[in-house]
Design a protein around this ligand. Structure first.
Ligand SMILES: CC(C)(COP(=O)(O)OP(=O)(O)OC[C@H]1O[C@@H](n2cnc3c(N)ncnc32)[C@H](O)[C@@H]1OP(=O)(O)O)[C@@H](O)C(=O)NCCC(=O)NCCS
Length: 169
């Protein structure tokens, strides 16, 4: 297994918000954004692992700003930490001003993917080494997010969630 960097997995998708993808307030429908983020993040996880990947959990989504009809939306996904077979993927969503082209952060999310073989069994993935300050912050916090996700899914006892417990002590 080789060591890879978050930049090796980056997936950037730019698209427009069209009628039929909006809610009654003419803003992007939340489920549509979730699907777009899932697609970009799964490509990032596939680029990191070189395997088929499946979404294991959606760990966090913040719909901070509404995204109006006609907006140009850029979704940037990168693997933020690799474990044994699972990968945390961080997704940043930007909208751009039509006249100035300036990009404003609208939303962010964190998804977990698992690399699997043709029969759906988890397989080991490359290690990930963060490089920038932001990548290091996200990498360091990923283990407690994994533990929280596993505790909520009933797959880990809260007693074993050492990183998570350390937050409250
Ligand atoms: C995700 C899946 C492969 C995990 O299989 P499993 O039998 O639970 O396998 P394991 O218990 O060995 O877990 C595999 C990895 O997933 C991680 N994982 C499982 N559930 C998780 C959750 N809710 N949150 C975070 N990580 C999770 C485990 O911690 C483990 O990570 P590691 O190998 O890096 O330590 C399996 O549950 C599955 O196929 N789910 C359906 C996926 C799907 O259809 N997604 C939507 C369409 S893409």
């Amino acid at each position: 297994m080789t060591v890879k960097h978050p930049a090796d997995s980056i997936c950037i998708m730019t698209d427009m918000v069209l009628p039929g993808e909006t809610n009654p307030l003419n803003n992007l429908f939340g489920g549509e954004l979730l699907a777009r983020m899932d697609r970009a993040a799964s490509i990032a996880a596939r680029r990191h692992s070189g395997h088929i990947v499946v979404t294991a959990s959606v760990n966090h989504v913040a719909f901070n700003s509404a995204i109006p009809l006609g907006s140009v939306v850029t979704i940037e996904a990168k693997v933020s930490r690799a474990f044994k077979s699972s990968m945390e993927t961080y997704i940043d969503v930007w909208i751009e001003d039509r006249i100035s082209g300036e990009k404003t952060k609208a939303n962010e999310a964190i998804y977990t993917f698992v690399a699997v073989d043709e029969t759906g069994c988890p397989v080991e993935v490359h290690a990930l080494e963060p490089q920038t300050e932001l990548e290091i912050q996200r990498y360091d916090a990923a283990l407690r997010r994994k533990q929280l996700s596993l505790v909520l899914a009933g797959k880990m006892s809260p007693h074993d969630a050492t990183e998570l417990k350390a937050l409250f002590m």
